[in-house]
Write a protein that binds this ligand. Structure first.
Ligand SMILES: Cc1cc2nc3c(=O)[nH]c(=O)nc-3n(C[C@H](O)[C@H](O)[C@H](O)COP(=O)(O)O)c2cc1C
Length: 190
């Protein structure tokens, strides 16, 4: 069975990315996946301190709410990360979570250890921004590309929504809700 981790990076419960992520989770569950949601706003995740214990052990020396998440990330076959765009990238909550995955980068590229998975390892991004500029998602795409690389996943899917700002405004766009469901269904399929 596919294990899928759904990571919500928005500080706004019931906001646009939360709604889209919930739809994606519904799709993944319909495809038969075992789905778990992590809400970063509820956790205390210290930013990376560059202690670099991870270069020796592959593990982060900081002990906090991130500590149990490493095992969750490693044992997941799929991960969907959902963040609104804040200043052209992910939220601070999401960035702290990503930076702490430098331990994964060290494990992969310094210690040369990979993660085996019978279903492959795939990641997806859901992002929402208020404005409509052509380059709105340039920053987040790069950040997420290298995040998935660090946790040994392929960047497989993205759902990027422009022009949505007020809390829950995404509900006015059933086409995006449907796209999120379909993304989740594909991610939840072996
Ligand atoms: C601190 C902050 C920074 C933001 N920066 C951007 C931005 O750079 N570009 C943009 O299009 N929207 C920006 N927004 C708007 C949010 O991306 C938008 O309101 C989004 O729908 C919020 O999603 P949520 O309901 O899931 O939290 C910003 C909002 C906040 C609070």
């Amino acid at each position: 069975m596919i294990n899928l981790l759904a990571v919500l990076g928005s500080p706004r419960k019931g906001g646009n990315t939360d709604i889209l992520l919930s739809k994606a989770m519904e799709g993944a569950q319909a495809a038969g996946a075992n789905v778990k949601k992590i809400e970063l706003r509820l956790l205390k995740i210290t930013p990376c301190m560059e202690l670099y214990e991870c270069k020796k052990t592959g593990r982060c020396a900081i002990v906090d709410d991130m500590t149990p998440l490493y095992e969750e990330i490693d044992s997941s076959h799929r991960l969907i990360i959902a963040s609104p765009i804040f200043f052209y990238t992910v939220t601070a909550q999401t960035k702290a979570f990503i930076d702490r995955c430098q331990a994964g980068w060290a494990r992969r590229y310094i210690l040369g250890k990979r993660i085996d998975s019978p279903y492959g390892r795939k990641g997806a991004l859901i992002a929402v921004g208020a404005t409509k500029g052509k380059r709105l998602f340039d920053g987040v795409r790069l950040t997420i590309k290298y995040f998935f690389d660090a946790i040994d996943m392929d960047f497989a899917e993205e759902l990027l929504v422009r022009g949505v700002d007020e809390k829950g405004e995404i509900l006015k766009y059933p086409e995006y809700l449907n796209e999120a469901y379909e993304l989740g269904f594909r991610m939840g399929t072996p």
